[in-house]
Ligand binder design. Sequence first.
Ligand code: GLA
Length: 390
Amino acid sequence: MADHKELTKRFLDIYGGSEQGLHIFHAPGRVNLIGEHTDYNGGYVFPAALTFGTTLLIREREDQQIGLASTNFELRKVLPLEPIVYDEADDWMNYPKGIVRELQSRGYAIPCGFDLLYHGEIPNGSGLSSSASIEVVTAYALLTLSGHPTDKVEIALLSQKSENEFNGVKSGIMDQFAVANGKKDHAIMLMCDTLEYQLVPFNSGAYKIVIGNTNKRRGLVDSKYNERRGECDAAVEALQSAFPGLKLLGLISVEQFNAHAELITDATVQKRARHVVEEIARVVRSVDALKHNDLETFGSLMNDSHDSLRDLYEVTGPELDALVDAARQVPGVLGSRMTGAGFGGCTVSLVHEDSVDRFIQEVGQKYEQATGLKADFYVCTIGNGVEQLQ
Ligand code: GLA
């Protein structure tokens, strides 16, 4: 958690004035426990909010401008509230800018200007949803302070829309949803087609969630991500002769898929589709296992998920595979998989508390030997979704 006194001092150094009227909001990052590349196919995901994310300090201004600053980047600006236009040179600021524009276009008037200072606690580019966390905290704070309703499902949707349209990243709903709706010690079983969700207590007893960061730059992630989305669309089209009107791959069962898989003549597209339908079934089974305190089964489904993302969906790469392989060799590890979009970023493992130190040491060493890169590890607890702290 960030030091609020220190951040307040930074805020006053940048914007001047006094602490009066200064508010603090927080939105977490997220880790997806299982259910990868299923959200944009209308299937299940099972993410959880982290305790670290983005802290936002915000105070009203007397004019119609918005001040944007961050403790993580030098870049700082004061911009008029209207018009808001995407500008590549504005870098990270395009996330809050997109939110301001999305709120305005939905008719949520922002009656006065604001000064904002962001403090990001999520390592950049780690795939733990730093952008969703910036979007959601901005939307929640601006809606709250402008006296508008703060429906967290709508906040997730408008944040996703802003990321898709203003920032041009075609992500699904999982990240924004988890960041907005997370709850301490719970994971979220979300059906991405209907947005029906269930908060499931994550009672992992002596087992800890350990995130491993490959520290591999996720260079190709956007283009490969969009390529996978295209392959899923192609699979849906091929299956339509058996399922007229089918719009989302996630809406057919494994049995239905198996009965008609040969309609997908492109072998690569068929592999992608198989991953999606089987992964959705894995989410259902893993939530069931968790509810029965069967962490062994949960862990082994995490392993299956990774293997499928490696062999069928092909979004892992040598770094994620090396980290997962090393993790699975440590006694006391129930399961280990990549989390998020893939091609770098992070893994998530379920590790017995007595093995955590050994895990960090041995996995770190093997990973460095295999890749020449140093991994970082975070032992996590599950935190709340977006909230006002002050
Ligand atoms: C990224 C996207 C999500 C989701 C995952 C893969 O994190 O932002 O919407 O598609 O990849 O599961």
